[in-house]
Design a protein around this ligand. Structure first.
Ligand SMILES: [Zn+2]
Length: 136
């Protein structure tokens, strides 16, 4: 992937993880350019299939494109940052991210967004009043 497309994806996302909205400047781990539909499922390396992702979200997502909604037990697709509106699927409860739809709940579960270490990190950023970022 060339540097130009990486920079385009970073800037389009305002340098926030497009899943958990962590700003890259506050994360010690390097952010990744995520294939929303993974290459294993023939997702192209095209702007319409790329998203900025923190290392944690990207690692847990892996090649997954779906999961099991923890509330209903039903097979459910993951959040698609190019198609879905973030605020239609997620809301904050302090440092904890809540899924307000099946897609939101499933994405939080598969990407392990409320892992205790991640909650603690977001809690510190909230105390410093630099998180969550404004909705755009
Ligand atoms: Zn993330």
């Amino acid at each position: 992937m060339d540097a130009g497309i990486r920079e385009f994806v970073r800037n389009r996302a305002f340098r926030l993880c497009e899943y958990c909205r962590m700003p890259d400047e506050f994360d010690p781990l390097p952010f990744c350019i995520d294939h929303i539909i993974s290459q294993q499922h023939h997702g192209p390396t095209a702007e319409s299939n790329l998203a900025l992702s923190c290392f944690n979200c990207n690692s847990y997502k892996g090649p997954n494109i779906a999961g099991i909604d923890p509330e209903t037990g039903l097979l459910t697709r993951l959040f698609h940052p190019r198609v879905d509106e973030w605020s239609d699927h997620f809301e904050w409860d302090g440092p904890r991210l809540l899924g307000t739809s099946p897609v939101g709940r499933t994405t939080i579960d598969v990407l392990n967004i409320n892992d205790p270490e991640r909650l603690e990190h977001r809690g510190h950023l909230i105390e410093e009043q630099v998180f969550p970022p404004p909705n755009r």
